[in-house]
Design a protein around this ligand. Structure first.
Ligand code: DAH
Length: 344
């Protein structure tokens, strides 16, 4: 009877201790040591004290009480081990980070000079109300040549030799890598009614002998305006605004008579490039081709050429970038050499 009572009292004590051990916060080296001393110390620990009391427990309850104390001990040991790990791992992770080391550099890319030049050109025209349009790089012969008033066998086609994806049977039905962005003029006029005011950036291809000034692919920006009453004066004004924005405010430009099948009259535009090392203090550099849209082109897409007139221009983005950044060789744009690209 008495033994039973003692056993029950022991079990209550064990229960209380179990709760305390489970809840005890151990968050520092000191708390760890305090916990160890209080529960697990062989000399004064509370579990040792319980073990010492086992002989006072009634015989029938001894086994049970002994087992429970052992479990309690295991629980305390586990808590201690777990807390020790946590504390060490925490400080261990900190120790691995050396805050005095220099950071790892993340090389940040930059916009390619051709892309930048394209954006700059686009922005100038967008401010004047132009809308950006695009067209396919694989084009049919009709859009690339015939509709632009290059008849089959016309020698002007020879100036723009390219790769054919499908051969041409009759000078009209081949499929090719477009040689200029001008076919997009046709595509836009097939889909939109005047007034039209578009700018068309894009990649074009030519079968060229590679050199410092020619490559088998390059980029152009086409411009097209079609509305009632458009004159050569509008062309001159808009291109002047463009040249001032891209080069400098008092840029000098000139229109030089030229020939393109799809414009009449046609002109090439040059800007004056100052260079003291040259005789005359500089030279004229050609930057684009332009002209009034030929009535034949308007009629080919069903626009009444008696009612509407238009102007068009086309420029090479590479050429503008070469001039702006004073780059000596067009091939540098395509080699992806960081020593070149890093400079922009
Ligand atoms: N497409 C011509 C070329 O690649 C450039 C050009 C000239 C475009 C006159 C035009 C233009 O729109 O009016 O050589």
């Amino acid at each position: 009877m008495i033994g039973k009572i003692i056993g029950t009292r022991m079990i209550d004590t064990i229960e209380k201790l179990r709760e305390e051990i489970s809840r005890h916060a151990i968050d520092s080296q000191e708390a760890l040591e305090e916990f160890r001393l209080r529960f697990l110390s062989k000399k004064q620990g509370e579990i040792t004290a319980l073990l010492k009391k086992i002989p006072t427990v009634a015989k029938e309850a001894r086994r049970e009480v002994g087992q429970q104390i052992n479990e309690l001990k295991r629980l305390a040991e586990e808590r201690l081990e777990q807390a020790r790990k946590q504390i060490h791992e925490g400080s261990g992770a900190l120790a691995e980070i050396d805050l005095t080391l220099p950071g790892r550099p993340h090389p940040s890319g930059s916009i390619h000079p051709l892309t930048r030049t394209r954006y700059d050109i686009q922005r100038v025209f967008e401010r004047m109300g132009f809308v950006v349009e695009e067209g396919p790089e694989i084009e049919d012969e009709w859009h690339n040549f015939t509709a632009l008033n290059f008849p089959p066998d016309h020698p002007a086609r020879d100036m723009q030799d390219t790769l054919f994806v499908e051969p041409s049977e009759n000078g009209d039905d081949g499929v090719l890598l477009r040689t200029h962005t001008s076919p997009v003029q046709i595509r836009v006029m097939e889909q939109q009614k005047p007034p039209i005011r578009v700018i068309v950036p894009g990649r074009v291809y030519r079968n060229e002998a590679l050199s410092f000034k020619s490559y088998c692919l390059f980029h152009q920006v086409e411009g097209l305006v079609v509305a009632e009453g458009i004159t050569f004066g509008d062309l001159k004004h808009d291109l002047h605004v463009f040249a001032k924005a891209i080069f400098h405010e008092d840029v000098r430009m000139r229109f030089r008579p030229s020939f393109f099948p799809f414009t009449e009259p046609s002109a090439e535009v040059d800007i004056w490039w100052e260079d003291e090392t040259l005789e005359g203090g500089g030279r004229w550099l050609e930057i684009l081709g332009s002209g009034m849209v030929d009535p034949n082109v308007l009629e080919a897409v069903g626009i009444d050429s008696e009612k509407y007139t238009g102007y068009a221009f086309g420029m090479g983005i590479e050429r503008i970038a070469l001039i702006r950044y004073n780059i000596p060789d067009i091939r540098l744009f395509y080699e992806n050499d960081f020593r070149f690209l890093d400079q922009f």
